[in-house]
Write a protein that binds this ligand. Structure first.
Ligand code: SAM
Length: 285
């Protein structure tokens, strides 16, 4: 950080941190659920933090959102009903709406996140909040999934880390309700943190997802501001065939959807499931 300029240091890890220099605070409020901050940076554009933890930046969000959405959507191949839990920044919504879906339901607990994203990070949703196929519910994702009688082809758990309101979205009870709400051949994807720095979280997610689904693994992607190496995205389904598609089938499906992406490619899709040894070691039953 340059002396005399404002900096913003993330407070996620106890003994190591990333810090943005030369920031300009655009918005700060304490919502009923969390502390919400948005600031402008020279290198990463607009950045949103919740309770001091970086959620997304306009510069690198495409990595995470494309890899959360397109592998499950293209592996399924015919997803019409999509459920996003969390994701109030609108990035997953934008990517899901690139597919020929009938409806994307987004359940975000904090209306302030949606409002701040629309105002300060409009490229995230890119108009998705007003798409006629989008249904926006402000409420607790845990309660929504427990109560719903609908089924979904793809469920995307785009949550905060397992502290604060996001904690419930990493529990066995939540995953069991998701399994019930998933249509046959459906698939759930969920953000599971950075395994080098949060190894216990990956093992816990593996065990809890495995209690509800028969085919559980992780994919990896490199998001610059989720520091500490590769991040993991949990994958849970009862159909192992969803992970056996070849690159040609994925390419045909991506072309049919007219997908335009900057990180996702069919080759990256397949490669993302090749786990380095130190991550494989964490998948212990
Ligand atoms: N991409 C980010 C990441 O990987 O850390 C997360 C994006 S998004 C901003 C996470 C959202 O989950 C937040 O807006 C938060 O309010 C929401 N959230 C947390 N707990 C929730 C719950 N129980 N139900 C619904 N949404 C929740």
């Amino acid at each position: 950080m340059v002396a005399g300029r404002a900096g913003y240091a993330e407070t996620l890890h106890a003994h190591w941190r990333q810090e943005f220099g030369d920031v300009r605070m655009l918005h700060a409020e304490t919502t009923p659920f969390q502390k919400l901050e948005v600031f402008e940076t020279p290198g990463f554009g607009a950045v949103m933090a919740l309770d001091g933890v970086i959620q997304t930046t306009t510069a690198d969000e495409f990595v995470y959102h494309e890899m959360m959405v397109h592998p499950p959507m293209l592996a399924h191949g015919g997803a019409k009903r999509v459920l996003i839990i969390g994701g109030g920044d609108g990035g997953c919504l934008r990517e899901a709406l690139k597919h020929p879906v009938e409806r994307v339901t987004l359940v975000e607990i904090d209306a302030a996140v949606i409002a701040a994203s629309k105002r300060f990070l409009p490229t995230l949703a890119a108009g998705g909040f007003s798409d006629p196929r989008a249904r926006i519910v402000v409420g607790d994702g845990l309660a929504f999934v427990a109560a719903t009688t609908e089924t979904f082809d793809v469920i995307l758990v785009d949550s905060t880390d397992p502290e604060g309101p996001g904690e419930a979205l990493f529990t066995e009870a939540f995953y069991a309700d998701c399994a019930r709400a998933l249509a046959p051949h459906g698939v759930l994807a969920t953000q599971c943190g950075v395994p080098f720095l949060q190894p216990a979280g990956v093992t816990a997610s593996f065990r809890r997802l495995s209690a509800a689904f028969s085919d559980v693994t992780f994919s990896v992607c490199a998001v610059p501001t989720y520091v500490g190496g590769l991040m993991t995205l949990g994958w849970a389904s009862n159909d192992p065939g969803l992970r056996r598609l070849g690159v040609e089938s994925l390419r045909i499906r991506a072309q049919a959807a007219g997908l335009s992406t900057r990180y996702y490619t069919p080759e990256v899709h397949l490669a993302a499931f090749a786990l380095p040894g130190y991550i494989q070691e964490l998948l212990v039953p």
